[in-house]
Write a protein that binds this ligand. Structure first.
Ligand code: IMP
Length: 194
């Protein structure tokens, strides 16, 4: 029988991605409706992911997968980082965050617009915690292009490509994304454990 593992996120895109990739290794359990929100108030992706994994595993008594991710821009000393979802303010949507990012990078040349997406994924079982990190490097485009994906996808051009993540098919983006790389490492770890 496969081990039941809680997927500690309410983001339906992430749940689907995790389920697809992990369904041969574990039985994925969704976060209960009534589970409280956990504040993402840490100063690193690791702190936020670890806190979610700890609190939700304590609540459900299940092994738990939690993750935190975001964009780090070199010319902004790693911002927006853990503030990626609310870069333009507490209630900002992706459109506002993207406009804010373009504004902050105004006048900065193409070669200095380097950035990376980072994903920190935690698997917690009992008192033991395992961390898996994925990263994809690229640069921030001078303007928005493309309509697929979410968040900063219309501004992010991965290294070796000329189109943004939002101009790619989901398959192509997922084949190189920070989240996919972290999930692959986690899958290998779970398979090895049996
Ligand atoms: P969280 O991990 O759900 O807190 O997401 C943090 C924020 O990082 C999202 O709201 C997006 O702004 C950004 N982000 C994380 N992963 C991606 C991605 O694959 N594409 C675009 N934006 C992303």
């Amino acid at each position: 029988m496969m081990r039941k593992v809680l997927i500690a996120t309410r983001n339906p895109n992430k749940v689907r991605e995790l389920q697809q990739l992990l369904s041969s290794v574990i039985e994925c359990v969704a976060l209960p409706e009534e589970a409280p929100e956990v504040d993402e108030d840490g100063s690193s992706f690791y702190e936020n992911a670890s806190k979610k994994a700890r609190e939700y595993s304590r609540l459900t008594h299940l092994p738990t997968i939690a993750e935190d991710s975001g964009l780090e821009v070199d010319a902004l000393n790693g911002a927006p980082g853990v503030f990626s979802a609310r870069f333009a303010g507490p209630l900002a949507d992706a459109g506002a965050n993207n406009r804010h990012l373009l504004e902050r990078l105004r006048g900065i040349s193409s070669e200095d617009r380097t950035a990376r997406f980072v994903c920190c994924m935690i698997y917690r079982e009992g008192d033991s915690e395992h961390e898996f990190r994925g990263e994809v490097r690229g640069r921030i485009a001078p303007q928005l292009s493309g309509t697929s994906g979410f968040g900063y996808d219309p501004l992010f051009i991965p290294e070796g490509y000329t189109q943004t993540f939002a101009e790619m098919t989901a398959e192509l983006k997922n084949s190189m994304s920070h989240r996919y790389q972290a999930i692959r490492q986690l899958t290998a770890f779970l398979k090895h454990r049996g």
